[in-house]
Design a protein around this ligand. Structure first.
Ligand SMILES: Nc1ncnc2c1ncn2[C@@H]1O[C@H](COP(=O)(O)OP(=O)(O)O)[C@@H](O)[C@H]1O
Ligand SMILES: [Mg+2]
Length: 466
C-alpha cells in the first residue's frame, strides 16, 4: 500500500476526520515522534507520499524541520500546513515552501477542495500520477466523495510556479502562490475542477479569523453589574452582535458569568467547548484555544459558560485574566459577560479590560449598589479608562427618571435602554435583539451603545444603508 497523503500532527480529532475523507489514501506518523526530531519522523514514513500535511499543533521550528527533511527524502513532495490563519502566518509562508495552508476547522468540503487542488497540481506537474490518488482497496465508500476533486486533470491550467523537486524556500514566485492560496484557505489555485459549479469560487469559510491589524489596539469590554437580572447578558450579546457587523469574525463574546452563564441558551448555540476548556492549561496553545470557541452565524465567536457553577468556580481567577489577554491577541473586540458583584473573578476581569459597561435597572437598590461598586473600584484603582453607564429596562412611569438615576449613581448615564417585550422574544428565539428586531426602541438604544464603543460601527451602517 502506498498512500499519497501523509499527515504529521498532534490532533487525533483532525486525523480521524482526514481518515474519514481519505481512507487508505492517508498514512500518518503520530505527533509523538515529532518530539524526537524530523529524522525520527522520516524513519516512520512508509512508501513515498506525494503530499504531506503538517499540523495541527506543530510549532514553526517543528514544521520547518519536517518540511525540509521530508522534501529532501521525497523530492517533489507537496507541503500543506494545517494551521489557523493568524498574523504570523505570513512568516511561515515566507520561510517555508508551502503549497497550501488549511485551517484545522475547515469543513470537509474545504479540505477536499484543498487536497484535490494539491493532487491535481502534482499530477499536472508530473510529480505524481493520477493513479496515485485513486481509492485503494477497501476504502471505497468513505472516500468516494473525494473522487470528483482529483478526477479532472487539465494540464493546460498548470500554475506558473512549479516546484523544482528538491524543494527549499528562497524562490519568490513560489512564495507568492502560497500566499494566494492561504487567504482563501483553498489549495493550489488555477486547477479547479470546474465541473460541479455551484459557486464559481468556493468562498473562504465564514469563520476564518481575520488577521489582527497591528496598528489598532484591541479592546476588551467587560459588562458588569453589582446585582443579577439587570441586563448584563442582554447587553453583552447585543454588543458582540453589533460590533461583529463592523468587524466580522473579529469579535469574541466570553461568558464569564461563572455561576449562571446563559449565553449559549440565549443564542441557541451548541457549544464546541466551554470556558473551562478555554482556561485549561493546554489552551495556552492558541490553536487549542481556538478549538474551544463556538462560532455564531452573526460573525462572532463565543466562549461558552461553564457546564456547572462548581466547575465555573474552580477556574482560577488568573486563568481568566490570561484567557482575556490571549483572546486580545486574536480578536479586535473581546466582550465579557461577568458574574454579578465584585468577586475575585470579576476583579481580575476588570484588571484586564480597556472598557467597562456598568448596568443597572431603574430601581433604587440596584442604583445604590452600582454607586457603591463604582466607588469601590475607584478606590482599588480598577475603574477602566473607558466606562459607560447603562440604565436598562427604563419605563415612563417608574417613579424614577434617568436624571434621578444619575443622582443616585453619582455619574452620568450614557445610554438608557427602555423596557421592551422584544428583548424577551429575541432571547426566547435565541437571536440577538439587534438582528431579531432592529427597529425596536431597545435595539436602537443598544446600537447607540455599540457606536459609543466603536464609532466605526456607525460608519458601516451608513454605508450599508446607502
Ligand atoms: N430592556 C429590556 N426590556 C425587557 N426585558 C429585558 C430588558 N433587558 C433585559 N431584560 C430581561 O431581563 C432578564 C434579565 O436580563 P439578563 O440580560 O439576563 O440580565 P443579567 O445577565 O444581568 O442577569 C431577562 O429575562 C431579559 O430578557
Ligand atoms: Mg446574565
Amino acid at each position: 500500500m502506498n498512500a499519497p497523503f501523509l499527515l504529521v500532527g498532534r490532533s487525533v480529532e483532525f486525523e480521524l476526520r482526514l481518515r474519514e475523507l481519505l481512507g487508505a489514501r492517508l498514512s500518518t506518523v503520530p505527533g509523538a515522534f515529532v518530539t524526537f526530531g524530523a529524522d525520527a519522523v522520516a524513519e516512520q514514513v512508509e512508501g513515498s507520499p506525494k503530499a504531506v500535511l503538517l499540523g495541527p499543533v506543530l510549532n514553526f521550528d517543528e514544521t520547518h524541520a519536517l518540511a525540509e527533511t521530508l522534501t529532501e527524502r521525497h523530492p517533489g513532495l507537496a507541503v500543506v500546513v494545517v494551521r489557523e490563519q493568524r498574523s504570523d502566518l505570513e512568516d511561515w509562508v515566507d520561510e517555508l515552501r508551502l503549497h497550501a495552508v488549511v485551517s484545522p476547522l475547515a469543513s470537509d468540503d474545504e479540505l477536499k477542495e484543498v487536497l484535490g487542488g494539491v493532487a491535481r497540481w502534482l499530477v499536472t506537474n508530473e510529480l505524481a500520477a493520477a493513479d496515485d490518488f485513486r481509492p485503494v482497496r477497501h476504502s471505497v465508500d468513505a472516500t468516494s466523495a473525494f473522487e470528483e476533486y482529483i478526477a479532472e486533470v487539465e494540464p493546460e491550467t498548470a500554475p506558473e510556479t512549479e516546484p523544482e523537486s528538491g524543494a527549499r524556500a528562497e524562490d519568490d514566485g513560489e512564495l507568492e502562490s502560497s500566499a494566494d492560496t492561504e487567504g482563501d484557505s483553498i489549495g493550489v489555485d488555477g486547477v479547479d475542477a470546474s465541473e460541479s459549479i455551484e459557486e464559481p469560487e468556493p468562498a473562504a469559510p465564514e469563520w476564518e479569523f481575520p488577521p489582527l491589524d497591528a496598528a489598532r489596539p484591541t479592546e476588551a469590554i467587560a459588562v458588569v453589574a453589582p446585582k443579577g437580572g439587570q441586563g448584563k447578558t442582554t447587553i453583552a450579546i447585543n454588543l458582540a452582535a453589533g460590533l461583529a457587523k463592523a468587524a466580522p469574525n473579529s469579535v469574541v463574546l466570553v461568558d464569564a458569568d461563572l455561576q449562571f452563564g446563559d449565553i449559549t441558551a440565549a443564542l441557541d448555540l451548541a457549544p464546541e467547548g466551554t470556558i473551562v476548556d478555554a482556561t485549561s492549561e493546554v489552551a495556552a496553545d492558541e490553536l487549542i484555544l481556538k478549538t474551544t470557541l463556538t462560532h455564531h452565524k452573526g460573525d462572532f465567536f463565543v466562549v461558552a459558560s461553564a457546564p456547572s457553577p462548581e466547575l465555573g468556580d474552580r477556574i482560577a481567577p488568573q486563568a481568566l485574566g490570561r484567557l482575556i489577554e490571549q483572546l486580545r491577541g486574536i480578536f479586535r473586540y473581546v466582550v465579557i459577560d461577568t458574574t454579578p458583584g465584585l468577586g475575585e473573578h470579576s476583579l481580575v476581569v476588570l484588571e484586564h479590560v480597556t472598557d467597562a459597561v456598568f448596568v443597572s435597572n431603574l430601581g433604587v437598590p440596584a442604583l445604590r449598589a452600582l454607586r457603591t461598586e463604582l466607588e469601590l473600584l475607584r478606590t482599588l484603582g480598577l475603574l477602566p479608562v473607558n466606562r459607560r453607564v447603562v440604565v436598562n429596562q427604563t419605563e415612563k412611569n417608574a417613579g424614577l427618571t434617568v436624571k434621578d438615576a444619575e443622582q443616585i449613581i453619582g455619574a452620568p448615564v450614557d445610554v438608557d435602554v427602555p423596557r421592551s417585550t422584544a428583548v424577551l422574544l429575541a432571547s426566547n428565539k435565541g437571536v440577538p435583539l439587534l438582528d431579531d428586531d432592529p427597529r425596536d426602541p431597545a435595539a436602537r438604544a443598544l446600537r447607540a451603545l455599540v457606536t459609543r464603543i466603536a464609532p466605526e460601527a456607525a460608519d458601516t451602517r451608513t454605508r450599508r444603508r446607502r
